[in-house]
Write a protein that binds this ligand. Structure first.
Ligand code: SF4
Ligand code: SF4
Length: 158
């Protein structure tokens, strides 16, 4: 009989403790978000989708030096083909990044001598096929305004 009473009392105590914990947290602001309806406030240093910056004329800042390809730890996921124009200026004919294989380490952006390859704050990159995650120049290129905004943000953060 004594055993049953002890068990009942300790059960009631445990329920009371549980209820107290629930009540303690019930009136605190939630720390979780109902994503994707609500989006988180991201760090300004987030390593999101890679992008290619452009100058005021809308041309790529990339000079095809291949530094980014050499420091990428994931092999050949950056593919670049470039040539020279009649003024001996570099022209990037092809620039693709297989975002599906990228680990967002940021090595390529740090190695870029022209701030031509950057990381944006875009992180919703899921898609239905691996092929659609191979981003070409058109998908990677930022507008001159977006590129200028990124440069302003970089200056503010540094
Ligand atoms: S972020 Fe890292 S893994 Fe992705 S392309 Fe750049 S160097 Fe390669
Ligand atoms: S993105 Fe930068 S590092 Fe890569 S080829 Fe262009 S200029 Fe060179």
């Amino acid at each position: 009989m004594k055993k049953i009473v002890n068990k009942t009392v300790s059960g009631i105590i445990e329920i009371a403790r549980g209820m107290f914990t629930i009540l303690k947290h019930a009136f605190r602001p939630a720390i979780t978000l109902e994503y994707p309806e609500k989006k988180p406030i991201l760090s300004s240093r987030i390593r999101g989708k890679l992008a290619l910056t452009t100058n005021q004329e809308g041309n790529l800042n990339c000079v095809g030096c291949m530094s980014c390809t050499k420091v990428c730890p994931c092999g050949d996921l950056i593919q670049i083909e470039s040539s020279k124009d009649e003024n001996n200026k570099p022209v990037v004919n092809k620039f693709t990044i297989d975002i599906g294989r990228c680990i967002f380490c940021g090595n390529c952006t740090q190695a870029c001598p022209k701030d031509a390859l950057i990381m944006t704050d875009e992180y919703e990159l899921a898609d239905y096929s691996r092929e659609s995650l191979v981003f070409d120049k058109d998908k990677l290129m930022l507008s001159p305004e977006e590129s200028a905004n990124w440069r302003d943000k970089k200056e503010r953060d540094s």
